[in-house]
Design a protein around this ligand. Structure first.
Ligand SMILES: Cc1cc2nc3c(=O)[nH]c(=O)nc-3n(C[C@H](O)[C@H](O)[C@H](O)COP(=O)(O)O)c2cc1C
Length: 234
């Protein structure tokens, strides 16, 4: 019989009860209060395509995104081209890159579609009208919305804005609530014969305190998983 630690090391999923034997480092009383400049604690990167006033497209990386059902909520800087585009043309394509695509994402990082570049961004950002070209990424037409998807990304969401409201100190970002109207996945990450993403084959690209990571090995599965195999269910 293998121990939970051995199974974790060999990348086999473990059950919550066997997992509880893994020693947890002491915490109570040993933490130090700190004041980090950022709180990006490891959230998936999404590439948002929106439509500019002249009909061209803009592509921007974000990591402030969460989904509940088919509602997607985004946090987007008020001075970004993306926020202005969504206020006027409320459709977008959300393309989810895999860890291997981190360098393309980082090529987009110092760019803005805003022209002129807002004063607060001028020191570190530059205007770029062709973000797809600058990142070396290709357009794939969407089906239900106008902005194109990123062909190289394995997972795409087509979405429409339901509401856009100010948030944060001095209204410095927009809270954008969207309805996802269509989902596309590369066949390689779909569990054959089902509508499910195979969690063992898909990894988001995670933005972890301004560094990029993928997922580590699976630790276990939730009790409502629809994709666990027979042996994992025991
Ligand atoms: C990995 C990554 C994650 C980011 N996350 C966000 C985010 O969640 N919200 C946001 O407003 N900006 C985020 N940014 C910064 C925007 O990409 C940046 O402001 C960009 O200039 C926006 O482009 P736009 O002005 O063309 O819309 C992120 C940048 C990177 C590289």
């Amino acid at each position: 019989m293998t121990t939970a630690a051995e199974r974790t090391a060999s990348h086999q999923p473990i059950s919550p009860s066997s997992g509880s034997h893994v020693p947890i480092p002491p915490s109570s009383g040993s933490h130090v209060p700190i004041s980090p400049s950022i709180l990006y604690f490891g959230t998936p990167v999404a590439l948002l395509t929106t439509e500019n006033p002249d009909g061209t497209d803009n592509l921007a990386p974000i990591s402030s995104a969460w989904a509940l059902g088919h509602t997607l909520v985004l946090g987007i800087g008020a001075e970004s081209r993306t926020a202005a585009n969504l206020a006027d043309r409320p459709e977008l394509a959300v393309s989810l890159p895999s860890p291997q695509q981190w360098a393309a994402v980082e090529r987009l990082a110092p760019l803005t579609g805003a022209h002129p570049v807002p004063a607060s961004k001028r020191a570190v950002y530059r205007h770029e009208p062709d973000k797809f070209g600058a990142a070396g990424l290709s357009r794939l037409p969407s089906q239900a919305v106008r902005p194109a998807r990123v062909a190289e990304c394995p997972l795409h969401l087509e979405a429409r804005v339901r509401s856009l409201r100010p948030g944060g100190p001095d209204d410095h970002f927009r809270i954008v609530e969207c309805e996802v109207v269509r989902v596309h996945a590369a066949p390689s990450i779909v569990l054959p014969g089902t509508e499910h993403i195979d969690p063992s084959r898909w990894s988001p690209l995670l933005y972890n305190f301004r560094h990029y990571f993928g997922l580590g090995p699976e630790l276990g599965h939730g009790f409502r998983s629809e994709t666990a195999t027979g042996s994992q269910r025991e």
